[in-house]
Ligand binder design. Structure first.
Ligand code: NAD
Ligand code: UDP
Length: 341
């Protein structure tokens, strides 16, 4: 049984991935500093899988603590690196914090991987590295555009640092996964997204509005050059996304990939507008969702969706879950968290 260290494993995507890893027979060690998660997520993971994974509460930027963890959990076969700060707006306000956590974090991680003879890495990247692409759908050969936020910049920098580390040291292999828009919650409603404060992302805002916590959803812009005027994204179910990590891990550990570094887009291939998503949510849940149209949000791109055929061909993976089911899972999770029947 391979042993996988998962940084940020109590976070939104990390926790769903830990569940899939355990259910696929991997041994998991979670590292998280709880800066954007709760220790109770461990209970959800245990309740779903019947396994309580090892957990170390530490900051990946703390070299001594991280080394101690690697010594304690010796013979780690691979790392999945989710731990990062991820709010685009906040990254503009607190750019140095973002560079420290995300960029220093990956340097620290790669150095410790070398010191501890850990050779395989999966890294959480983002479709944000493409900016507004010249052609749609976007495949992995599309050029990266200049980042529009420090957060986006950190993802590009991390991709480059991993690539350079592999060139320098040869003995690493890595897979960079570029996520599109992850949404939804585990079908058990035992784990899900737990945004702190007012959500920035569309779906948590939608579910909190449906729960009566927010008065109404603001739809940012109806004057885009899209069929209904609202912006288009590729919303991917977090459980489908989590399963892609298992496929990528199998490939890394089997060394099926001849290349030292590979990049995969992870999306559904379907573009969905904000207004379409709102209507689908109401149809899927039967809940009325008050919304109003407001101006565009600064820095937003018009339309983005993935060509994930490389992941389909090489990993044997596709995102299968229909949007209605995904939005229903998000609503079930919100109801559970708020105690709504
Ligand atoms: P999240 O905030 O829910 O999870 C990140 C976890 O990492 C949290 O539990 C947090 O406490 C932990 N963490 C942060 N800094 C840490 C540090 N220095 N040491 C230890 N733990 C630390 O975020 P998420 O949505 O699960 O995202 C996971 C990864 O995927 C991130 O790298 C993010 O940039 C990337 N990503 C997310 C999205 C998205 O829309 N959610 C899209 C593309 C890429
Ligand atoms: N959005 C919106 N209202 C909100 C939050 C988001 O209209 O309260 C829109 C946003 O402008 C974008 C889409 O929903 O077009 C997805 O936004 P999100 O922040 O979830 O992800 P992004 O694609 O920006 O990473």
């Amino acid at each position: 049984m391979a042993k996988i260290l998962v940084t940020g494993g109590l976070g939104y995507i990390g926790s769903h991935t830990v569940v899939e890893l355990i259910q696929s027979g991997y041994e998991v060690v979670i590292v998280d500093n709880l800066s954007n998660s709760e220790k109770t997520v461990l209970d959800g993971i245990e309740s779903i899988t019947g396994v309580l994974p090892a957990f170390e509460e530490l900051d990946i930027c703390d070299e001594k603590a991280f080394q101690n963890c690697m010594t304690k959990h010796a013979k780690i076969d691979a790392i999945i690196h989710f731990a990062a700060s991820k709010a685009v707006g906040e990254s503009i306000e607190k750019s140095l914090d973002y560079y420290r956590n995300n960029v220093f974090g990956i340097i620290q991680l790669l150095s410790l991987m070398r010191n501890n003879n850990i050779k395989h890495l999966i890294f959480s990247s983002s479709c944000t590295v493409y900016g507004q692409p010249d052609k749609l759908p976007i495949d992995e050969t599309a050029p990266r555009k200049p980042a529009t936020s420090p957060y986006g910049n950190t993802k590009q920098m991390c991709e480059d640092i991993i690539t350079d580390a592999i060139t320098s040291y040869h003995d690493f292999t890595a897979i960079l996964l570029r996520y599109f828009n992850p949404i939804g919650a585990h079908p058990s409603a035992k784990i899900g997204e737990l945004p702190k404060g007012v959500p920035n992302n569309l779906v948590p805002y939608v579910t909190q509005t449906a729960a009566g916590i927010r008065k109404e959803l603001s739809v940012f812009g109806d004057d885009y050059n899209t069929p209904d005027g609202s912006a288009i994204r590729d919303y991917i179910y977090v459980v489908d996304l989590a399963k892609a990590h298992v496929k990528a891990m199998q490939r890394l550990l089997a060394c099926e990939n001849k290349k030292e570094i590979e990049i995969f887009n992870l999306g559904t291939g379907n573009g969905v507008s904000v207004l379409e998503l709102v209507k689908t949510f109401m149809n899927a849940t039967g809940v009325n969702l008050p919304y109003k149209i407001v101006g565009r949000r600064a820095g937003d791109t018009e339309e983005v969706w993935a060509d994930s055929s490389f992941a389909e061909k090489e990993l044997g993976w596709t995102a299968k879950t229909p949007l209605t089911e995904v939005l229903a899972s998000a609503w079930n999770w919100e109801k559970k968290v708020r105690g709504i029947k």
